[in-house]
Write a protein that binds this ligand. Structure first.
Ligand code: FES
Ligand SMILES: [Fe+2]
Length: 422
């Protein structure tokens, strides 16, 4: 249980608040690469602020606050030019560093432009997404987590959810919910709708564990019929502080991304790479597909017949900002308590002028995160359950994705598998 003040502090995202200042030390995905290839400027909301994001003709990215410093017209309607973004109203131009490099209606000798700048962030592309950092400089490096840079077939489902991101992150350190929400509840829905939910999701938790590490918290579990020798315990998978969770197994690699758009809206993205450990054959993918996943039906009821729809139902029904003053945490909520403490510690670090957890300033190729290969002790079946019972079922690429896993398994069975895992 938290006090009203603690809950308020924990869930803030705005500039000038302790948590808002922590969140401004990280990079966030703010657009699909595809979008800016189709039209080179986009309005973006992040951490309760609006920005104009653009792609220059040479392929570089820039991000500035949406309101033009002149008289506040929207730069998201700007003209993209080779040396920057030109305001549609009176034609001022801002470069990628935010400098005002042209004021066509001002006399050249006033040097007015030198005194005006937009508070620019930085933006770059990785893995089919455009990422932005809008915090204080110098910007840390964009962390090149394995999922975003590995070889494989990419697929991104997403939805904007009407709730604060912290309750979604608390779910990432809540292993017990799986056997109930994706186990018992899924079975109940399946009985009524005439399908069978995956048996592995209903396995009882014998033991759970949490290990803080350099990127967040590793979550571990021992399910009935398994032991501490299984990947679910030995390897586990991490909450990646402050807004991701790395999951996967059976040749599926996924980052679950929860971008705080504003205090009560979270962009939930399922960034998935399909890459069987053995038997994978490269599939060309000129554009990474992105698609909306359903949240509610036409009657306004949550869509709960797929895994992430069940999670979404739980997160959203907790309330826009869940009331932690009247909750009752038990021993099984130890991961939730650990995460709140971690948030609190990062507020202190940032207040002291230090970098918070997971800030990387060194150049690097790739950051490998721990993640079980044999998820739920389910072997190769995990990938097919993942496709049929999770948000991937809404992918326009569903058939191609299943074929990747089935063909790889066939190649392994026939002994013609080439290459092994990345
Ligand atoms: S409002 Fe942007 S140039 Fe005038
Ligand atoms: Fe879940």
């Amino acid at each position: 249980m938290l006090t009203a003040e603690q809950n308020d502090e924990l869930t803030q995202v705005d500039a000038g608040t302790p948590m808002g200042e922590v969140l401004r030390r990280y990079w966030y995905p703010v657009a699909f690469t595809r979008e800016l290839a189709e039209f080179p400027v986009k309005r973006v909301e992040l951490l309760g602020e609006f920005f104009a994001l653009w792609r220059s003709p040479s392929g570089r990215y820039g991000i500035v606050p949406e309101a033009c410093p002149h008289r506040k017209a929207s730069l998201a309607y700007g003209v993209v030019e080779s040396d920057g973004l030109r305001c549609p109203y009176h034609g001022w131009v801002f470069d990628e560093a935010g400098a005002c490099v042209e004021q066509p209606a001002e006399r050249d000798d006033t040097r007015f432009g030198a005194r005006v700048s937009a508070q620019a962030g930085v933006a770059e592309e990785m893995g089919g997404l455009v990422w932005a950092y809008v915090g204080p400089g110098p910007a840390p490096r964009l962390p090149r987590f394995d999922t975003y840079v590995m070889e494989g077939f990419r697929d991104i489902g997403w939805a904007d959810l009407p709730c604060n991101y912290v309750q979604i992150m608390e779910n990432a350190v809540d292993p017990h919910h799986v056997e109930w929400l994706h186990g018992r509840y899924f079975q109940f829905i399946g009985r009524h709708e005439g399908f069978t939910s995956p048996a592995s999701f209903a396995k009882k938790h014998q033991k759970v564990g949490f290990t803080p590490f350099e990127w967040g918290i590793i979550k571990r579990r021992v399910l009935e019929g398994a032991s501490e020798d299984n990947d679910d315990w030995k390897v586990g998978h991490p909450l990646v502080f402050p807004y991701n969770m790395r999951v996967g197994g059976g040749g599926v690699h996924q980052m679950q991304i929860r971008v705080p758009i504003n205090r009560t809206t979270t962009r939930f993205m399922l960034y998935t790479v399909h890459r069987p450990d053995e038997g994978y054959e490269h599939v060309e993918q000129p554009v990474v597909p992105d698609y909306n996943i359903p949240v509610v039906d036409e009657k306004g009821r949550h869509v709960v017949n797929y895994v992430e729809g069940q999670d979404i139902m739980a997160w959203v029904t907790q309330g826009a900002i869940t009331d932690r003053t009247t909750e009752h945490l038990g021993r099984s909520d130890i991961g939730v308590a650990m995460l709140r403490k971690m948030f609190r510690e990062q507020m202190d670090r940032v207040a002291r002028g230090e970098d918070p957890l997971g800030t990387i300033r060194e150049e690097h190729e790739r950051i490998d995160l721990p993640c079980e290969k044999d998820k739920f002790h389910a072997g190769a079946q995990f990938a097919l359950d993942f496709c049929d019972m999770g948000s991937t079922r809404f992918s326009p690429m569903l058939d191609a994705i299943k074929k990747i896993h089935v063909s790889a398994a066939e190649r392994v069975a026939s002994g013609s598998a080439s290459g092994s895992g990345s």
